[in-house]
Design a protein around this ligand. Structure first.
Ligand code: MTE
Ligand code: MO
Length: 239
């Protein structure tokens, strides 16, 4: 019998693969019917978002692994080469808060480190076709959202990064117990290429939904989209 987790995984990947296939398949058609092709693709992708959101369960956990399974060395990816990663000064860095949040005072790294921390060994999947297992530690996002008195009935949580990257996730995924604002990677503070001083680690979603070097976080009902989503990737991005 196929477990619901397996079915969700198969369906999720199938939808993403389907969208990717159509994207390349439509390039030719695009020459003749640019508006129609764009509208069709965006419509399909938003439909995929809804299907995936309905299949998502806040209590279903992504698989965790033993320390022996950790991939070494880790694998870097961004829309630039590793030596171009933004250098953020941890002493002056602040997490800025915007939107539907009761207490919008910015947070220092020291304040975030003083909160209860959790760490987990999970699998990270990039749509480019590779996967690694790593250990990330930090502050559970759901606990943080409640602490800053965020409107957890709002639809989206958005993230802005030091390199201009941006992403957003649905509120149920933000409140998932394995979704963390990661400060540590492989047992040490995050390094610049891997998202220092803070990144989102969300093992229920694909790699591009894990923004690095976050400088601002917002809570909103207005669809914030994302860097790769604007270029045709599916927004929900479940793994
Ligand atoms: N700020 C920022 N975050 C980002 C990206 C990026 O280019 N900039 N790339 C995303 C993609 S596509 C992937 S696969 C992962 C890679 O994370 P890693 O370098 O820790 O493997 O970061 C994601 N978060
Ligand atoms: Mo990725």
């Amino acid at each position: 019998m196929t477990s619901s987790l397996d079915r969700r995984a198969i369906l999720g990947r199938g939808l993403i693969l389907g969208a990717a296939t159509m994207l390349s398949g439509c390039n030719y058609d695009h020459l003749n019917h640019p508006d129609l092709a764009d509208r069709f693709l965006t419509g399909m992708s938003r439909w995929n978002d809804r299907v995936q959101a309905n299949l998502f369960s806040q209590t279903r956990l992504a698989p965790t692994y033993p320390a022996s399974a950790i991939t070494r060395p880790p694998r870097f990816n961004a829309f630039y080469d590793i030596d171009q990663a933004p250098q953020v000064d941890p002493a002056t860095w602040r997490l800025e808060l915007t939107g539907r949040i009761g207490d919008k005072r910015p947070w220092t790294l020291g304040q975030l480190r003083a909160l209860p921390q959790e760490s987990q060994i999970t699998r990270f999947i990039c749509v480019e076709g590779w996967r690694v297992i790593g250990e990330w530690g930090g502050v559970p996002l759901g606990q943080f959202l409640r602490r800053i008195n965020a409107d957890i009935k709002a639809r989206y949580v958005s993230f802005q990064c030091a390199d201009g990257y941006y992403e957003s996730i649905d509120m149920p995924s933000a409140l998932h117990p394995q979704t963390i604002l990661a400060l540590d990677f492989l047992g040490a503070p995050l390094t610049a290429p891997f998202g220092a001083p803070m990144r989102l680690r969300i093992p229920t979603k694909l790699g591009y939904k894990n923004p690095k070097s976050i400088v601002a976080m917002g809570v909103t009902n207005v669809f914030p989209s994302g860097y790769w989503v604007r270029q045709g990737y599916n927004w929900f991005g479940g793994s």
